[in-house]
Every structure is written in C-alpha cells, then in structure tokens.
Write a protein that binds this ligand. Sequence first.
Ligand code: DQA
Length: 148
Amino acid sequence: MKLLVLNGPNLNLLGLREPEIYGYKSYKDLEEYIQKTCSEENIDVSVAQTNHEGCLVDQIQEARGVFDGIVINPAAYTHTSIAILDALKAVALPAVEVHLSDLSQREPFRQISYAGMACLKTYAGFGFEGYRQAILFLKDYLEGGKKT
Ligand code: DQA
C-alpha cells in the first residue's frame, strides 16, 4: 500500500509558527512521526510540503496510478482552493483531510473546507495524532475494499 501525505503552506514553519495553536514540534518532527507510523503499519509513504497551490495540484494529479490514497492538510488553501478540490475529484483516489488545529473553534473564514468536500473523512484538532488516525483510516478503507 502506497500513501501520499501532502502538506500545504506554512506547515514548514511548524514549531515557530503560532505554537500556541500548532504546537512546538517542527515540520521535521511531523515527517518523522508520519514515517514511523507508516513503517509500523507496513505502508510505503511519501511525505511532501509546498507553499504553492499549483504544486499541490500537480502532486495530486501525479499521484494517480502511483499511490493508493492521499492524506492532505492543504493548510490555508483548505478554505480557498477549488483547484485542489477539483484535482482530488479528478484523480478520485481515496483522500482524508487533516488539520492540526480544531477548525470548528476558530475564525468564521476557516469554517469552509473545499478540499474536505472530496475527502472521505476529516481529522481536525488532534495535532500530529490526526495524521496517524487518517493513515489508519485509509489503511482500513483500502484493505476493506480489497476483501469485497
Ligand atoms: C491548518 C488550519 C488552517 O486554517 C491554517 O491555514 C493552516 C493550518 C491546521 O493544520 O490546523 O495553515 O490546516
């Protein structure tokens, strides 16, 4: 099983960036956490981060035929990007949305998620653990799918 974990803008600044919201751990810590989770679960994973909307679209498009599923934290593009929504719909890979913070408790402009409209599930407000939950959900979903 091959999963792609995609992270959007400013997540490279984890640890420095509003730590009271996003925590004190770095982006490198997040990458290591995802790699460790996936190696324990026997999942092949690629983890990527970009600050650019078009790069996220490119990487989603290129995932077709290469990966079995996508975990995505589009960061601020969550709330603005119909291009990311369209790309997820176009490739039709099972996708799960993750946010470190609990969007339901934040500003009104964070209450809409375009990307989430193409995702099977959303984990928000669980910090790094949300990525683990998303990976486990996709594993279960993909393995369940194979049995039928
Ligand atoms: C975020 C939430 C977004 O609203 C914000 O723009 C981010 C990070 C999160 O992980 O909590 O950059 O996606």
